[in-house]
Unconditional design. Structure first.
Lengths: 446, 295
């Protein structure tokens, strides 16, 4: 299919991603109420002509991407979101530079194990509460987005959606630990810079001691039993990467039994978390299904519309995107191009697109699972560049990664002024993250 | 137990103000303050996919609510009742419960116009959650309702809520508290009917003599309830029913021309509520009359 698909078949995918990029900026109210219709529109624009032209082949591809990619993707995100939404950090925290840096560091570590969304949801409200007395809070939330909502999620497939999509395509669970040096450099620079900035503002605000309103409450974690369910999620994903229990056919799509069992276990973990976590605890976390519903609705559009793009790229030099494959040659190219596109489009589909580009370039026509293993064995630097680019650059704009907008929303609701889209980009991410990524490039990809 | 401070959460649906007006009579029973409460659901202004937070939209909704509430405040003030406006972004149920606790509220008033949902209930999911979790009495006001009666759709206006209450008791502690609350409404209530239903579950395990004994005991208890009300200056008459509790309570309420049903209610956990429900909740869901539940 990839060889014969015309270039214009990627237009619905472009339309979908551009809608995500521009509607929230230009017509946020319309977007808030009608994003589902927009997603459905682009999906229909792609699916109908594709099925008319390729019939059974198209139906197979659609079912395959829905059952093998979309459903497990949403189940993982949903279960991590549900379980982490049952953990509540309570107590009196007083925002000092050291404490805030500590919260960011803990969040960065947790993000790879409970997902960037889960870690961000767990810690953003305590961070905001701890610093309610501080005048300058905007930069705190921005570094929180950099570290907890993005960079921290680079070590496991649980951390950030692109890496889980890689895992579904055959990248081993622990292979992503090869990103540890990249993550340590990025997080080290950002945490140091954050501490210096916070200390500067702290002194300028003239705070000599934390305010004492007489309502000291000891720090404690409620719903800590949800960490057991979190461990269950890690275990289930690990199991599916190690076990080989044969295949079963669902609607004509072959899926590994271990993958189906994994999905069932993830749903079970989420269900158990819902059953045993008291409602008031979730309410204190302001837990709502709305964010995960949004992701589910938008991503069905993204997954369906990206079928032609992936197929053309997998066809390598025989496909209509041969020029792109020819242009992107070095790991440095992959890091920056995957990164820049991840910054302005969502990073999950961008990761898959460039994984397909690399595989199409090195191993055209080779089966996907085989090509992934060959890429890891023979050209691992390329996969590292794609992985690091998609995860790290997710922090570059508000639209790079789903937790960014959730953190922004919670911060603004709590009264912390946040910069506009371009303010965030030009005042914070371009100078700060841009410099960090240059260092990463020099150290690892040249 | 006295109603001095009411929490009136509203989404400004049709007849919300009229429902508030029907509470003004409580001034004669000691009502001093009403807290007017509007919760802007977080999902309406937050979590714009990839966008963030609609601050302008929140401001607009806040201003709209404030302007409407200020009009209502004038009406309350004209009757010598103080008021306070609270507008916040959040999740309606926990916000209402938290505010009720913070403001030391004596009665939460929620409204419903039409039967909705697959079971055609007068109680929405938020109200049901409030009824299950609140430690404060809740009045489901149902100012104007449409319901089916003898195969026809009937519209009923419940604008004299406190005129002729029916107190349905199961002799529980919450029922006793409901009796205490009712006793404090002397200057508002014209007359009260007090009823108890010998339920099917109890009756089917008793022989005829056992049933007679239970009937005698129930009538005596009903008489004691009525005596307490009479002593508080409220005329009261007893009614004993038998059969399915919910249907009997609704039948007696109709026959006595009650304007409201009052019941004690015990907090049920989620599983119990899901599988068994509670009689008080079912009455609130099924009856066309305003229902005051006392925990």
């Amino acid at each position: 299919m990839g060889v014969s698909l015309p270039l214009y078949s990627v237009l619905p995918f472009a339309g979908m991603l551009l809608s995500i990029a521009f509607f929230p900026l230009l017509a946020p109210k319309f977007w808030h109420h009608h994003f589902g219709k927009v997603s459905a529109f682009w999906a229909v624009v792609l699916v109908i002509p594709l099925v008319l032209k390729y019939q059974g082949g198209a139906v197979y591809e659609i079912l395959h991407i829905v059952l093998a990619d979309y459903v497990p993707f949403i189940i993982l995100l949903g279960s991590l979101y549900t379980v982490s939404g049952g953990i509540l950090l309570k107590g009196t925290l007083r925002g000092t530079p050291a404490l805030n840096t500590g919260i960011l560091a803990i969040g960065t570590i947790l993000a790879s194990w409970m997902g960037t969304t889960g870690a961000a949801m767990l810690l953003i409200r305590p961070l905001l509460r701890a610093n309610a007395h501080r005048k300058n809070r905007t930069f705190m939330v921005i570094f929180f987005i950099f570290l907890v909502a993005n960079v921290g999620g680079s070590l496991t497939p649980l951390g950030d959606p692109p890496l889980f999509l890689g895992f579904l395509r055959g990248v081993p669970f622990f292979w992503t630990f090869h990103l540890l040096p990249h993550m340590l450099v990025a997080a080290g620079i950002l945490l140091t810079l954050y501490y210096l900035l916070d200390r500067h503002y702290y002194r300028r605000e003239g705070i000599t001691a934390a305010p004492d309103d007489g309502a000291q409450e000891p720090i404690r974690i409620e719903g800590a039993y949800n960490f057991i369910f979190l461990a269950g999620i890690v275990g289930a994903v690990l199991m599916s990467g190690m076990a080989k229990w044969g295949d079963i056919s669902i609607a004509g799509i072959h899926r590994g039994v271990q993958d189906v069992v994994r999905d069932g276990l993830l749903v079970l973990m989420a269900g158990l978390s819902m059953a045993v976590t008291p409602r008031p605890l979730r309410e204190a976390n302001a837990f709502t299904w709305f964010p995960i519903q949004e992701v589910a609705i938008l991503f069905i559009g993204i997954f369906l519309t990206m079928i032609p793009c992936l197929k053309i790229l997998q066809a390598g030099s025989q496909g209509e995107l041969a020029f792109l494959i020819a242009a992107v040659r070095e790991p440095l190219h992959y890091f920056w191009i995957t990164g820049m596109l991840s910054a302005f489009l969502d990073n999950a589909p961008t990761y898959l697109t460039f994984l397909s580009t690399a595989m199409g370039g090195f191993y055209p026509g080779v089966a996907e699972s085989e090509a992934v293993m060959l890429l890891i064995k023979e050209n691992p630097l390329y996969l590292l560049a794609i992985s690091a680019g998609s995860v790290f650059f997710g922090a570059f704009t508000y639209i790079g990664n789903a937790p960014n907008f959730m953190v922004r929303s919670i911060a603004e609701e709590a009264g912390t002024p946040m910069p506009t889209f371009f303010g965030y980009l030009f005042k914070y991410s371009a100078p700060i993250l841009g410099s960090v990524f240059v260092v990463i490039s020099l150290l690892f990809f040249i | 137990m006295k109603i001095e401070k009411i929490l009136f959460p509203t989404k400004f649906r049709e007849f919300a103000f009229e429902a508030l007006e029907s509470l003004l009579v409580l001034k004669d029973a000691g009502l001093r303050d009403v807290v007017l409460h509007n919760v802007i659901p977080r999902d309406e202004v937050g979590f714009v996919p990839y966008g963030g937070y609609l601050k302008d939209e929140e401001e607009r909704l806040r201003e709209e609510a404030r302007i409407r509430f200020q009009e209502w405040q004038q009406a309350l003030s004209a009757h010598g009742i103080g008021s306070k406006i609270v507008i916040e972004v959040g999740d309606p149920v926990p916000n209402i419960l938290a505010l009720a606790e913070k403001e030391k509220i004596d009665l939460i008033v929620v409204g419903k116009k039409k039967k909705t949902g697959p079971e055609l209930s007068f109680v929405g999911s938020h109200t049901l959650q409030l009824m299950t979790r609140s430690t404060v009495p809740i009045l489901v006001s149902k100012h104007m309702v449409e319901y089916e009666f003898s195969g026809e759709m009937v519209t009923r206006l419940n604008d004299t809520v406190f005129q002729r209450p029916l107190l349905a008791t199961d002799w529980s502690e919450p029922s006793t508290r409901a009796l205490e609350l009712l006793s404090s409404l002397k200057n508002v209530v014209e007359a009260v009917s007090v009823c108890h239903v010998i339920g099917v579950k109890i009756a089917k395990n008793l022989d005829k003599s056992g049933l007679h004994l239970l009937e005698k005991e129930s009538r005596e208890r009903l008489a004691r309830y009525c005596e307490r009300l009479t002593a508080a200056g409220i005329p009261a008459e007893p009614h004993l029913g038998a059969g399915r509790s919910v249907l009997e309570i609704i039948r007696i309420a109709r026959e006595t021309h009650a304007t409201m049903i009052m019941m004690g209610t015990t907090g049920k956990d989620r599983l119990h509520e899901f599988f068994l429900g509670s009689n008080s909740h079912r009455v609130a869901e099924a009856s066309e009359l305003p229902t005051l539940l006392v925990p």
